[in-house]
Design a protein around this ligand. Sequence first.
Ligand code: BGP
Length: 480
Amino acid sequence: MSAFKENFLWGGAVAANQCEGAWKEGGKGISVPDVDWHNPNLNRAGKRDEDSEMTSARLEELLQIQDDDQFPKRKGIDFYHTYKEDLKLMHELGLKCFRTSINWARIFPNGDDAEPNEEGLKFYDDLIDTIVGYGMEPIITLFHYELPLNLVTKYNGWQDRRVINFFTRFCKVCFERYHSKVKYWILINQINLIYVEAFNSLGMLCDKVENLEEAKYQCIHHQFVACSKATAVAREIDPNMQMGVMISDHNCYAETAKPEDVFYTYQKNQMSQMFYTDVRIRGEYPGYALRFFKDNNFNIEMTDEDLELIKNHTADFMAFSYYYSRLNSYEKNNKGLNDISKNPLLKASIWGWSIDPLGLRNSLNLYYDRYLIPMMIAENGLGALDELTENNEVHDEYRVDYLREHIKAMEEAVKDGVDLFAYCPWGPFDIVSCTTNEMSKRYGFVYVDINDDGTGTGNRYKKDSFKWYQNVIATNGDVL
Ligand code: BGP
């Protein structure tokens, strides 16, 4: 007998900017991922640790490049035109839910427009109807790094308070239009990734601020207020809608059993992960965060009204992505907040992401014990260099191995008492990588024949893992 609930949502997750393409169609404005450049000489292992900050000069330079092939997210996998066939395949796979985002720049091309773009809404009307038509529960992310670029150049992204109301307006339009079809909403993708996804998630140009670290937390405060305002609006429109807070979980273990290593690792996990969920779920700034601001002389501007909003409009469920775990120590922690390392006891993917299924059980227990609200795994999976054979097959047993062990760990967590209601492996069909902009970092059950330079037939082929996941879903979690 499976430990998973009878109506467990087995799914798959993508983001509009990594699959839709059509970057200038349907009245869409330019958004942050459209200037995400592909480095053909990229250093795969360790890419995630590189700085991801953007300067005005670099942005200017990128905007001068005319060649779309250097910006793979502009074309994605052409999902904007192929979604009907792609979703048909997802239906064949048996998905019970499908997570995607609504690209803000399709609805408000400049972010600060007075009226939404009806053509953009029409696209999502049909996309959501197709998902629902195939009997899949849509899970919609409202901000998956898709900030309209105008909000960067005119307001310096989330640093400006006015962006709170632009985001709330965008959310309101989506809630009003889709509340009867969409129950689960993730307001901000991986809200905690301000070190590794700084430009993507905050839209801030670092040369325009005096103290970069402080400015990041000011942006985050604005995101907290925006999430609370959006939640308030959602409750008025339709209280059945469920609002999720999402983080990227890369929980750190202490390098040694030295009490200093254990404590400072805990502190690291507090500020890089739990801070975000504590604010959104408990409804207030935790003491350790206020102390962190004080110790660093950060002056984060927040009004009484902001704090009231944060307190009264908290999240209904917690979602997190899980790819790997990390290590930390007293020494590393004191060198810098992002100085964490890989675990020599674990194998890692080509991109250096450690493979740690037990870490998933650990995190599920950790967060559920802390918040006691329903949990969703919003992303999980193995990026790999798949090979398409002459017969158009992909023998991806490494992917099956990875997913099998993570699903088993998840099932153990459910037996531990965790209220888990959904699991969405990342990229059920291959899409452009978020961090490296490659096509070759593939996660899918379906191979999409597009290369890093944009060449390829665009054909879709089922990988061996397709059949395997199909059976997992059909049996409610039998991983074989
Ligand atoms: C998360 C993002 C996704 C996604 C995933 C895998 O951080 O929410 O958008 O792509 O990571 O990352 P990558 O595509 O770089 O392998």
